[in-house]
Design a binder for this molecule. Structure first.
Ligand code: HEM
Length: 525
């Protein structure tokens, strides 16, 4: 067909320009790469040693599938539905199995150093560390990781954490005073979820370098750090599904597309360290140890490992690894307890029988309250702050699964604390419900039976990870929660402003649970 264009116009009818042979050559040239890519995927799929394991069809072909699942922002419940459909072993990537096999938790997360972290962690290291050369969290070489961790690990033991209690008390007192002045006295509705975040950051500022950031003082994320930290974690979660994308996005030298740095917090960490080393840190009281002091001690005990750069890295890691995770857990605790008034009343009664209003609860007294412990343990099980698969590379000897099949070395496997923590074989048919009482000794249960049950349940508890890479800050975050939760309950009557609120409606990423609008009133009893 001839072109209808006038003389001199570019002909739009390609048949005029190209003859049939040329058209087919062009078609082939365009199709060839597509066919090659398809064949490559097809062969990879057909020959994969993980082909025998069930899972969504697309997940076996490309990691784009799981990237899409993470983008949906309700990744963990989606993965749980997959386990309900396919069973305990689900292939969620061409080279990745998600296991709901608590009996293997001590194998995959162990201390022998053979099970290394996948590249999920490696490529995100610079993001977590605010571009400071510190890789302890994400280090995939376990030997190097152990070397980096050696100088600081004792500072996270229970006695070292307990030594920071005076700092904790001062920041908890501040928290109560702010809530009292801004919400209890005025009757205004409190964005309690946000406030738990401000508190968690100020808490870690004080415990880490004896300096609050001022989020509670200002009543807002005044320098955008909390928002940047959220973006960094989102980036980490997304990029980790296809780690090479980090090189195209954040690490591309022309126009980096990663999240911004937590510049203000980094500046505070650096200036605190310099002032402290020069003996000019006005915030520091030698009678109240903090982590900066601990890390400076590590510099003297391990000068071959710890220098000023490492100290800043250690300081920042405390903040990035500890603030968001603990805030999420506290929000989940208040939200779930307030949603179930039976649980709330039981908790409130026990706390109020033991603590007066107005001053921070002591850690030792709080640890003696069985229902508080049950509530904290249930929150950690029901809503783990890390609700993603913790990927590990299977060592060369392979991994034998309960069905007798062997996952070959080099493949990736992992468990998701959210899924393993809701395993019905361990926690019973009501594993999907928030029910703190399950952690109490039953009347018909002997001490021995109760101990056995708790030992079994601990194998399915991966909220803080496990083995040599278990969370370093778990004592710190637990102590924070054991103190602040009873203090708040003893101080105020707390109610959900809208009892029908769900945090699904208030935060895109379900596990971040930013919502929880609350009314805070003077303690009525
Ligand atoms: C409720 C609060 C917290 C939760 C749920 C939590 C959870 C976790 C989990 C699941 C891991 C292991 C990740 C993996 O193996 O893939 C981890 C590692 C880690 N966490 Fe936490 N964390 C919390 C609080 C903290 C705090 C307060 C700090 C620091 C002050 C901290 C510092 C670390 C560090 C340094 C690691 C890496 C340990 C290693 O690789 O040896 N975390 N955390």
């Amino acid at each position: 067909m001839a072109s209808s264009a006038g003389p001199g116009a570019i002909p739009w009818d390609w048949a005029v320009v190209l003859n049939t042979a040329q058209v087919s050559k062009l078609g082939l040239a365009l199709l060839a790469p597509i066919i090659t890519v398809f064949l490559w995927f097809f062969v990879a799929y057909q020959t994969s040693p993980l082909k025998k394991y069930p899972g969504p069809f697309l997940a076996g072909w490309t990691n784009l599938w799981r990237l899409y699942q993470v983008m949906s922002a309700d990744y963990a419940p989606r993965m749980k539905k997959l386990h309900e459909k396919y069973g305990p072993v689900v292939r969620i990537g061409p080279n990745l199995l998600d296991l709901d096999l608590p009996e293997l938790s001590r194998t995959v997360y162990n201390t022998d150093g053979k099970w290394v972290k996948s590249n999920f962690y490696k490529n995100s290291s610079s993001i977590i560390n605010g571009k400071i050369t510190y890789h302890m969290f994400s280090e995939v070489d376990n030997v190097e990781h152990a070397r980096l961790k050696r100088p600081v690990v004792r500072h996270y033991s229970v006695p070292s954490v307990l030594a920071t209690e005076p700092h904790m008390d001062s920041v908890i007192q501040d928290f109560i005073d702010h809530l009292q002045a801004r919400y209890v006295k005025t009757g205004k509705v409190c964005q309690f979820g946000d406030w738990l975040g401000y508190y968690a950051w100020d808490f870690l500022g004080i415990v880490t370098f004896s300096k609050k950031f001022g989020y509670m003082e200002k009543g807002t994320d005044y320098d955008g750090t909390l928002a940047i930290a959220d973006k960094s974690i989102d980036y980490l979660a997304l990029c980790g599904q296809m780690p090479w994308t980090d090189y195209v996005l954040d690490k591309n030298p022309i126009y980096p597309l990663g999240p911004p740095n937590i510049g203000n917090v980094t500046n505070i960490a650096v200036s605190s360290m310099i002032a402290r080393l020069q003996g000019k840190d006005a915030n520091f009281n030698p009678d109240k140890p903090d982590y900066l002091q601990y890390f400076i001690e590590s510099k003297s005990t391990h000068p071959e490992i710890v220098d000023e750069g490492k100290i800043v890295g250690y300081l920042l890691l405390n903040l990035i690894a500890g603030a968001d995770t603990t805030a999420i857990t506290m929000r989940a605790l208040f939200y779930n307890c307030l949603k179930d008034q039976r649980v709330w009343k039981k908790l409130q009664d026990q706390v109020r029988a033991n603590f007066a209003a107005g001053k921070p609860a002591s850690h030792s007294q709080a640890r003696a309250l069985p229902y508080l412990e049950a509530v904290i343990r249930e929150t950690l099980r029901f809503h783990p702050a890390v609700s993603m698969i913790m990927e590990r590379i299977v060592p060369s000897e392979g991994l034998t699964l309960p069905d007798g099949s062997v996952v070959p070395g080099g493949c990736m496997v992992g468990m998701n604390p959210y899924i393993v923590g809701r395993n019905k074989g361990i926690f019973g048919d009501n594993a999907d419900s928030f029910y703190p009482d399950r952690w109490l000794q039953k009347p018909e249960e002997s001490d021995e039976q109760y101990k056995e049950r708790m030992t079994l349940w601990n194998t399915a508890n991966l909220t803080f990870g496990g083995g040599s890479r278990i969370c370093l800050g778990r004592n710190l975050s637990q102590m924070e929660m054991y103190k602040v939760v009873p203090t708040l309950i003893a101080a105020f009557d707390i109610e959900l402003a809208d009892p029908n609120e769900t945090w699904w409606t208030s935060s895109r990423w379900f596990w971040r649970n930013k919502g929880i609008l609350c009314k805070l009133k003077p303690r009525s009893d």
